[in-house]
Write a protein that binds this ligand. Structure first.
Ligand code: NAD
Length: 279
């Protein structure tokens, strides 16, 4: 007698690229809860796949069977990581898969550069800038060993203050955490070159938005490019003052939104969750 292979039951809470959904259906018993049963995953799910859903501490506590969350993309700021840790729920994200797409978005907004955060995206931005323009780069990332930049010869590892003071273009590539929130307030902007540009394609709230508006109006910096906003999708009610500024460019969190990258990150989330279920 042939027994069907065991398929873990996985709840898919967000829209994934169709190729990733097809792959997930092959690997898992895939459930896509819809209204009014959307919350049913909290009672039943052992595994989740998400992209943009918020998972609070009370969601995690209520989901007593939950073992792992597969997250398309790298940012896990909408998932209560501490609650997951306490409950022994693994978070499996897809770092690196979207680095090229986000690096290319930054390239469209800038020419030369200082970087805070030198993980997959920061490093890729540095590589592209050096390859395209031979830029010299000042960078800060206290958590990476210095030798990870050996193949980027014109990159100087520096202090945050030096990066902020030296950059013509300051691009942020850190996760949103309690320690990176409001990393760039009015005070830091007052240390910057008046011709400098700030780019945030990481997360809204790393650059303090009210202070950014004031710094642009007061001429502390020349311009800004934001792919990420504290309120998403960004509304005119909240962002009119920033959007009306002539040297401000705003895009609606499209850094990783290419069709290819959406397909690759979603498939990576499915594959990595599947590898975890077999551990
Ligand atoms: P990554 O984990 O590879 O790199 C993040 C780096 O930030 C790490 O090297 C870490 O050491 C560093 N870091 C953390 N705290 C820091 C601090 N206080 N000062 C300096 N460095 C610090 O992640 P990644 O793939 O490079 O992505 C970076 C961020 O970009 C993600 O967390 C996510 O929020 C954002 N992102 C945005 C989009 C988009 O569509 N715009 C897409 C993907 C990722």
């Amino acid at each position: 007698e042939v027994t069907a292979a065991y398929k873990p039951t996985v709840y898919l809470l967000d829209d994934f690229h169709p190729i990733a959904v097809k792959r997930a259906k092959a690997l898992f018993n895939l459930i896509t809860p819809t209204h009014p049963d959307w919350q049913s995953w909290r009672e039943n799910a052992e595994f989740l796949l998400v992209k943009g859903s918020t998972l609070t501490a009370s969601d995690i506590k209520a989901a007593s069977k939950l073992r792992a969350i597969g997250k398309q993309g790298v940012g896990i700021d909408k998932i209560d990581a501490q609650a997951c840790k306490d409950a022994g729920v693994a978070i499996i994200n897809t770092p690196g898969v979207n680095a090229t797409a986000v690096a290319e978005l930054v390239l469209t907004l800038t020419m030369t550069l200082g970087l805070i955060g030198m993980g997959n995206i920061g490093k890729r931005v540095a590589e592209i800038f050096q390859g395209a323009f031979g830029s010299s780069i000042v960078a800060y990332d206290p958590f990476m060993p210095a030798d990870v930049w050996d193949d980027l010869p014109h990159t100087r590892i520096s202090t945050p203050a030096e990066v902020i003071e030296a950059a013509d273009v300051l691009s942020l590539h850190v996760p949103l955490t309690a320690s990176t929130r409001d990393m760039l307030t009015y005070k830091e902007k007052s240390m910057m070159r008046p011709e400098a540009i700030i780019i945030d394609a990481a997360r809204g709230g790393i650059v303090n938005e009210a202070d950014l508006c004031r710094a642009l109006s007061d001429g502390l910096i020349w311009g800004a490019g934001l792919d990420c906003h504290e309120e998403e999708p960004p509304t005119k009610a909240r962002y009119a003052a920033l959007w009306e500024h002539p040297r401000m460019v705003s895009t609606p969190h499209i850094g990783a939104a290419t069709n290819q990258t959406q397909m690759e990150t979603a498939v990576a989330a499915v594959e990595r969750l599947h590898a975890h279920t077999g551990e």
